[in-house]
Design a protein around this ligand. Structure first.
Ligand code: SF4
Length: 507
């Protein structure tokens, strides 16, 4: 029983990481068709579509951030939860060893990465009982960029652009719209929301996340909540946040709302923001032999419908792209303008939270003059005596805002590649020193891994695989200039314009 149960859990983890569920594919395909051809939003969706296909074809992680694995169990009365938890842990460690999950479990005090996704609190496994003989297991992989875009509101509250949100369904509506606006592209929009109205702070967030286990095409049985879900879907998509926060037609692909009783003194609205890489699947497992009897959300007898093809398109060049070969000189960088697409070739160095903090008090381990610095925590495996990148999309850049201006000024970095944009201090440093911000498409881990020709080296590996500084040789790595050296920022503009549209929804 336990070997078969382990195999079932491993299959569940691998499928969830590599195969986007059909309901999410359908929503993303519809969203792709709504973007204006040739726009930055359409280009982002084209890369996302290609990435989704590549992930399921090669059984590679859809996004390099495979998130906090969260398992929700329903088990027969008397089932041995201790043994099941052990097998879940073993399956998570094995999926990590195979490069299907990124090592994501980090000691909160020392920063040490456990290397196998196991540690205090990880993975998250919840058990509930039911009066059936089989076992239901649902799994969601929700990454850091979208997790950081979650929001919790204690009503009544005064919200920017929307005014007061009272203790009512309309107050909840305002909070939900505010969460979409506030996330901009940082959570890799278009996103999907799980919402809980009520509960306490802890149960509200948990129940909000549980709403993400509903299919995107279901209908809420509560008519009031169903109406609110429809209203949010209609109005959130008038905000113009768009894919990756580039502006555009689609900001949201789903909104699922639940309720829980609350204390008289509290009225929380909790929003769990998930990204387009909305990875959740489930299985029904035989309670006696541990084998998978049925899949939830997917039909294994049907191959996934490709995203690219009729009704979709992969990334196509227009001939207007600019070629950047690193190291880059100042004149080239200063000639770039917001909205231009660049194709980067040559050496890129990854650097995220640990590297940026390290650079505040240390010299860089490599010469960063003219360098392209990539905000990325890749999935990398040791293979044949070298390193092989398995997944390598961008991470949310705004976390580096406290450090980035110094890194640009002190070390001569000419291009920062990431997603979601950066703030006013980085923009000022870019203008002063001559540097640009290049937005890669969040979550497109397989697409970007294919642009990496080889790993030329690694520094600071003691920070763990996602946080190390990887030296990557890339060819034709596409990205969009969203902050230029003249002081222009697409992110600032979209936030301002979508804020003005949000104000129209005050009600
Ligand atoms: S798609 Fe974006 S927000 Fe989602 S897990 Fe990947 S990097 Fe994070």
């Amino acid at each position: 029983m336990m070997q078969a149960f382990f195999d079932s859990m491993l299959e569940l983890v691998i499928r969830t990481s590599t195969e986007l569920p059909p309901d999410v594919r359908t929503a993303m395909k519809t969203a792709t068709g709504r973007e204006v051809p040739g726009s930055s939003a359409a280009q982002a969706m084209a890369i996302i579509a290609e990435n989704i296909d590549q992930a399921s074809e090669d059984e590679g992680a859809i996004c390099q951030d495979t998130g906090m694995p969260t398992f929700e169990f329903k088990v027969p009365i008397g089932a041995n939860q201790i043994r099941m938890r052990e097998q879940v842990h073993a399956a998570v460690a094995e999926a990590t060893r195979r490069g299907k999950l990124r090592p994501n479990s980090v000691d909160s005090i020392t920063g040490r990465n456990s290397g196998n996704n196991l540690g205090p609190g990880t993975p998250v496994v919840h058990f509930d009982q039911w009066e059936r003989d089989d076992i239901e297991v649902r799994l969601i992989l929700k990454g850091g960029g979208c997790e950081n875009s979650n929001a919790q509101y204690a009503l009544p509250v005064e919200l920017p652009h929307l005014g007061r949100a009272d203790r009512s369904l309309d107050g909840a509506r305002k909070c939900i719209l505010h969460a979409v606006w506030q996330a901009q592209g940082k959570g890799c929009s278009p996103g999907a929301l799980g919402v809980c109205i009520g509960g306490d702070r802890a149960s509200g967030y948990h129940r909000a996340k549980l709403q993400l286990f509903r299919s995107l095409d279901d209908v809420n049985p509560d008519p009031q909540l169903s109406a609110l879900e429809a209203e949010v879907m209609a109005t959130a998509n008038t905000l113009g946040v768009g894919p990756m926060g580039f502006g555009g037609e689609v900001s949201l692909i789903g909104c699922k709302i639940g309720v829980a009783n609350r204390l008289p003194a509290s009225f929380f609205v909790s929003v769990a923001y998930d990204c387009w890489a909305f990875r959740r699947l489930g299985v029904i497992v035989d309670g006696t032999d541990g084998r998978i009897m049925e899949w939830l959300y997917r039909d294994p007898s049907r191959a996934p419908v490709p995203m690219v093809g009729p009704g979709g398109a992969g990334f196509t060049r227009t001939g207007r792209e600019k070629t950047l070969v690193a190291p880059i000189d100042e004149a080239t960088v200063r000639s770039l303008q917001v909205g231009e697409v660049v194709l980067i070739s040559g050496r890129m160095y990854t650097g995220r939270d640990a590297v940026h903090a390290h650079l505040m008090t240390h010299d860089p381990p490599v010469d960063l003059q003219g360098a392209v610095l990539y905000h990325c925590g890749p999935v990398v495996l040791e293979e044949g005596g070298g390193w092989k990148v398995k997944a390598a999309g961008p991470t949310t850049s705004i976390r580096e805002e406290p450090y980035q201006p110094d890194v640009i000024r002190k070390f001569g970095v000419r291009a920062v590649v990431g997603k979601g944009g950066m703030g006013a201090k980085t923009l000022a440093a870019m203008k002063e020193a001559g540097a640009v911000y290049l937005n890669a498409i969040g979550g497109a881990a397989q697409f970007y891994a294919r642009t990496i020709e080889r790993v030329a080296g690694v520094s600071l590996l003691e920070f763990g695989i996602p946080e190390a500084m990887w030296h990557l040789e890339v060819k034709d790595f596409p990205a969009i200039v969203t902050m230029d050296a003249q002081g222009n920022s697409l992110h600032r503009d979209v936030e301002q314009e979508s804020g003005e549209r949000l104000a129209l929804l005050r009600g």
